[in-house]
Design a protein around this ligand. Structure first.
Ligand code: C5P
Length: 239
């Protein structure tokens, strides 16, 4: 039996809503949730001021903006994220080794200079929405699994703390990278929740048992009649 508070730290609630009012009201409805994901939709709507609002409620921010640009730009954006004290952020491993290395250096340097904690850097490998035919279209060939492993390896060598991947890739990445490398996975659906547009899903327990460190869960919690009840049901299942 694992403490529920320990499990709560591993669930990242995705705030996929359009405005601050709804985002903050969801956070208030979930007093035991500790980490909230802010992606490009909410960030574009509300800007960085929202990060502070979330933190003032005592919550950690997972900033999922999937940075992908020239190394100098990404390093600068990472520095800003450190100033905003985000706990975790994402970047595309396909930005290449120099971009990843500069991002890792920038995070460490900024944290040191500003005296704030260094965020955890997680790499996105291949977007799970891309099917084989689409991967060929962009010149990546049809070997999605091979590409995921290649990029996960590159990300580890260049100082990323882990990856965001689909539940189907957890096992492969664990095998290749051992237990220190962090894995955050979306596509999580408890048996009692609707799949929505997620195609290849796993239950929270399956994903944790395969070795995921963090579960990114949105609608099963945020669209539930009672988000609080849904959150606790997931904690109970995992405990
Ligand atoms: O509502 P749901 O649980 O499907 O939300 C999953 C979250 O994970 C969303 O914020 C979505 O952007 C994110 N995500 C995903 N699939 C990926 C990468 C991220 O669903 N491959």
């Amino acid at each position: 039996m694992i403490e529920k508070s320990t499990i709560a730290q591993r669930i990242i609630v995705a705030l996929d809503v359009n405005d601050k009012a709804r985002a903050l009201s969801l956070i208030r409805e979930l007093p035991d949730a500790e980490v909230f994901k802010i992606g490009m939709r909410l960030f574009t709507a509300e800007g960085p001021a929202l990060l502070k609002d979330v933190q003032e409620l005592g919550k950690k921010v997972f900033l999922d903006l999937k940075f992908h640009d020239i190394p100098n730009q990404v390093a600068g954006a990472v520095r800003m994220a450190v100033q905003h004290e985000v706990s975790m952020l994402t970047l595309h491993a396909s930005g290449g080794s120099e971009m990843l290395r500069k991002a890792a250096e920038s995070a460490a340097e900024a944290a040191d200079q500003i005296g704030k904690p260094k965020p955890m850097l997680l790499a996105v490998t291949v977007l799970t929405s891309l099917k084989d035919a689409q991967l060929s279209e962009i010149g990546m060939g049809a070997d999605a699994a091979g590409q995921v492993l290649r990029l996960a390896g590159l990300a580890q060598q260049t100082g990323m703390e882990g990856v965001v991947c689909s539940p189907q890739e957890i096992e492969l990445i664990r095998e290749q990278h051992g237990h220190e490398y962090l894995i955050a996975t979306p596509g999580i659906r408890p048996t009692w929740a609707a799949a929505n547009d997620q195609k290849r899903i796993m239950t929270p327990a399956q994903a944790i048992n395969l070795g995921a460190n963090y579960l990114v869960i949105g609608r099963p919690i945020t669209a539930a009649p009672s988000p609080l009840e849904a959150f606790h049901k997931i904690l109970d299942e995992l405990a």
